[in-house]
Design a protein around this ligand. Structure first.
Ligand code: BDR
Ligand code: CA
Length: 327
């Protein structure tokens, strides 16, 4: 059976590698990437849109529709351009050909989500690796929309590890906390991939050293190598990797869930999101006490086989490069 997907993203370096990983499956696996919907997050909406379009062009994938996100009127947390560059692409956008789509002419992300879920009720998996703004707007505009998805998988939250934007809050949840709350209230089987697992995923230059050596002419490989260098530098500056020379490729875990689910372990629970804390807004909580529980709304990843995940990622990126190279 063909799996229908919508990728909701805010590129962002780790988003970019996740998009590339997903594109590596387009020709091999039975997937139908219906749309990439972009959102404000790591950088403003216009930049995440442009980044997604440039990555598609660089990968020679032309037939995917890209949705545009909205600017948020009140944002609790600022963008993350200090990590990802002001273009979300390690300030490398100028070195790449422009994307083939224009922001102003492209459909709003939430409209794509509503239309596609109406067209294929019960068939579409939404993979959210961004703040949950687009999903929440879709639900607001057309109540019941998110229940029409086959599954909603998101990278977000932090449970037994510190947050990455406050001592307790993770970026995708905290950036639009009301949206997150609304999305989690929309169904009882959210799949949540928190910092507890993603922090273990450190991508290093060494991992693509063979690709760099084997494809010295490849624009795609050159871009990947420079982006890893940029993210390694900013991640070290901001103490993201405990001193390891690399960057945390958080969002890749969502692609791993789709294609290599055996790499992850889950726990069923009720995820609660703090929306009004003085210091704790954006915190995610899961009741670990012993006792009868009810109100489950999610499956939360608790463990990951990081070593094999990174190996799968590198192998699949290699197959994407080979495909682009032989085109
Ligand atoms: C999440 O926040 C963003 O900065 C990353 O792209 C990822 O989606 C990690 O907290
Ligand atoms: Ca992201």
């Amino acid at each position: 059976m063909v799996r229908k997907l919508i990728l909701d993203t805010d590129p962002g370096g780790d988003d970019i590698f996740s998009i590339l990983w997903l594109l590596s499956f387009l020709k091999h696996k039975n997937i139908d990437l219906l749309a990439i919907t972009t959102a404000a997050g790591n950088v403003p909406a216009r930049n995440t849109f442009n980044a997604a379009c440039q990555i598609l062009r660089l990968s020679e994938v032309d037939d995917i529709v890209v949705g545009r996100g909205v600017a948020l009127p009140e944002q609790l947390f600022s963008h993350a351009s200090h990590i990802h560059g002001s273009d979300g692409m390690g300030n490398l956008s100028q070195t790449l050909p422009p994307g083939r789509r224009r922001f102003a002419d492209s459909p709003p992300s939430e409209k794509l989500i509503i239309d596609l879920l109406n067209r294929y009720p019960g068939e579409v998996t939404i993979v959210g690796i961004a703040p949950l703004t687009n999903l929440a707007i879709a639900e607001n505009q057309a109540p019941g929309t998110l229940r029409k998805a086959k599954e909603i998988v998101i990278m977000g939250g932090a449970f037994n590890v510190p947050g990455n934007v406050t001592p307790v809050a993770e970026f995708n949840i905290a950036f639009n906390v009301k949206a997150a709350q609304q999305v989690f209230a929309s169904r009882s089987d959210m799949v949540m991939l928190p910092l507890d697992v993603t922090r273990q995923l450190v991508f290093t230059s060494e991992m693509i050293a063979d690709l760099v050596a084997d494809y010295p002419e490849s624009k795609l490989v050159e871009f990947m190598a420079k982006l890893v260098e940029f993210l390694t530098r900013t991640s070290l500056e901001h103490r993201e990797t405990k001193g390891e020379r690399g960057f945390v490729i958080h969002d890749a875990v969502a692609i791993a869930y789709l294609f290599y689910p055996e790499l992850l372990t889950f726990k069923r629970g009720q995820v609660m999101i703090e929306t009004q804390g003085k210091f704790t807004t954006g915190q995610t909580l899961l009741d670990n006490r012993h006792g009868v529980k009810s109100g489950f709304n999610a499956w939360v990843a608790t463990a990951v086989d990081s070593h094999n995940l990174m190996a799968c990622l590198v192998q699949d990126l290699t197959s994407l490069v080979e495909r682009v190279h032989h085109n």
